[in-house]
Ligand binder design. Sequence first.
Ligand code: GCU
Length: 406
Amino acid sequence: MCALASCGPTKLTISHANLKPNGAPATPTLVDPGTDIKTWENTKRPQLQSELQKSVYGFLPDASSTRTLAHEVLDPNAYDGLGTIEEYTLQATATFKGTSTETSPFKMVVVTPNTSGPHPVILMESFCPNHNTVDHPKVSRNAEGFSCDGGGVTSKIMLYVFGRYISTPPMEMILQDGYAFATIFPSEYVPDSPDAGLAALKNLSPDYENEETRWGAIAAWAWGYSRMIDTLEQDPRFKNIWIPYGHSRYGKAALVAGAFDPRVSAVIAHQSGTGGASLNRRKKGETVKEITDTFPHWFSKTYAASAGKEAKMTSDQHALLALNAPNPIFLGNARRDVWSDPNGAFRAAQGASPAYNIYKKQGLKQDGLKPYHPDADISFYIRPGTHGVVKEDWPAFLEFLDAHFK
Ligand code: GCU
């Protein structure tokens, strides 16, 4: 089996722990939402969407759909009777300028509380396969045989470095709080490695060399959250509340899902960093050069070309947060995770708040990194420690959701 930090479709750097916090940044750039909701929604918002696609993520399909190829109840009494586990096999279609392509089939695992619904749904993507996320013997093993749970010392090190919930969320806690949970392993349709990832993206984009139709893996994974919604939105067991959750690279994707899919209700983006909540122009933490050199399959070509020229970029990450307005968003951070640049995420949150103000909402509710306000529209959370998902994180995520949806 494969060690998480060294092989498989994912590549993690564990340098986060060694970096020192950086200083406070300059005044943030504020998003300009116009003077009213109509101007924001009809003019400014589409402009920002198009700029962000062009300058950072690449272009999402013009139209999409999702087919269920198979569906099975795996365990109606999982987690000591708290929930039902189901597995779907899905295939999605992406249409760019009238030409459609299909993904390879991929699995979605859904866990629903065994209490009366309808339930809001937390949607998770991860660098670990579904059988690590929903730890049940009946969940399918993915085709490549990759697992985050290599067993033995490697697994122990991974959990020690990245926290006990890095791959497996506390499902009992989630179910007891009344949330349903759905997950996919997006590497099943766009693998997280430069060669295989770029090849899959190329297959899904009919005119890949054209900047107008090219997309990066972060956008393709963001699109995956929407495919989960396609599948579940007609099911009366679920409330029409869809919450993409992701850590790090999938925190970036979760924010993109919220910025482009109007069905999304809230986003939990934990330590999303560069290409996520943190500003590019600050040049703190991970730089555009570092991220696009290491992960050439994640973003648009224009993003890579702007390395070292961040000041000239036509938009920045506060626009990504603003595009989530008026939905609540949770931005998770850790003090020593300076690779993800918590200060840059805070400045982006300040810069995004005017878009919330247009809806008579406050946006960010604090002028320092602390305290945490779970009820804020932009809920900024910072804890001690480093990059990962640790014991206190899920209670904070659920506190945020409860404050907004209960
Ligand atoms: C790397 C990468 C980050 C990313 C992180 C992760 O550290 O440089 O941009 O967020 O992996 O996904 O854990």
